[in-house]
Design a binder for this molecule. Structure first.
Ligand code: FES
Length: 103
């Protein structure tokens, strides 16, 4: 498993971008809690680290596609050819957040 950090390190409601083995992930602390995704927009693969989070969605800063941060589903579709986000299960253990190894 990979430790992301102590839960207390992520107190602010914001996005926390990290990279492991050249794979970008994003830990999102939203009003609905914590969520973890592969940090690649399903449209062009850009980072969502600067995406706004509201009402359970993250909005890509490039073209504005909104993804559900729990399921990864596309919830508006201003552009074609967009895949849903890849959700990473978040594990809480010993007051820290962990994820399984990435592939
Ligand atoms: S690159 Fe994210 S919506 Fe187009």
């Amino acid at each position: 498993m990979i430790m992301l950090g102590k839960i207390s390190d992520f107190e602010k409601l914001q996005n926390y971008a990290m990279t492991f083995n050249e794979i970008r992930i994003l830990l999102i602390h939203s009003e609905s809690g914590f969520h973890c995704i592969r940090d690649n927009c399903g449209h062009f693969g850009v980072s969502l680290a600067n995406g706004s989070v509201e009402n359970g969605q993250i909005r890509c800063p490039v073209h504005g596609i909104c993804f559900n941060i729990t399921t990864g589903a596309v919830e508006n579709r201003p552009w074609e050819n967009c895949e849903q986000l890849k959700i990473i299960p978040l594990i809480e253990k010993d007051s820290a957040f962990w994820i399984d190894a990435l592939d």
